[in-house]
Design a protein around this ligand. Sequence first.
Ligand code: IMP
Ligand code: MG
Length: 174
Amino acid sequence: MEKIKKIISKSDIQKKVKKLAVQISKDYKSKDLVLIGILKGAIVFLSDLMRNLSTPVSMDLIQVSSYGASMSSAGVIKMKKDIDIDVKGKNVLIVEDIIDYGYTLDYLLKYLSKKNPESLSVCVLLDKVARRRVEVPLKYRGFEVPDKFMVGYGLDWAEKYRNLPYIGFISEKA
Ligand code: IMP
Ligand code: MG
């Protein structure tokens, strides 16, 4: 069994999510806002975030697969599930669990901008800033995290630990 070192508590996450939601509600007041969550990791954050918004919102989900840096230094990303709703002329906010190298969000920003939204921004809960390889504009950012493998609150390690209500990192492997 791996050991998980807890670094962000359930209540600290909830406080941060509320704070982000207050800011987003203010910024998108009386605007057509569409939240786009990135499967699968972002669903826990997305569902908490949207329930804390005071502005009307629609949402959709998108999924990409990445073949990591081991296969290509450019980070090859492939679309697995596109959004269903038409975002043309809407204000789109991508909701993501964590940004690491930045390839995933860089790809999705380019991909979604071709659908001609009125605006396109990113809200990310965790930022592993030390590992960034490509610059990505982050309009909303929850926590900066160390260069460790993070799990919990939607984030997985081999599909495990997504259900943890707190965030931690793998500190020991079996
Ligand atoms: P990027 O393209 O390198 O920025 O990677 C972003 C994606 O990699 C996220 O959507 C996560 O699914 C995954 N990821 C990156 N770091 C972690 C981590 O520490 N724990 C779990 N998933 C991670
Ligand atoms: Mg993800």
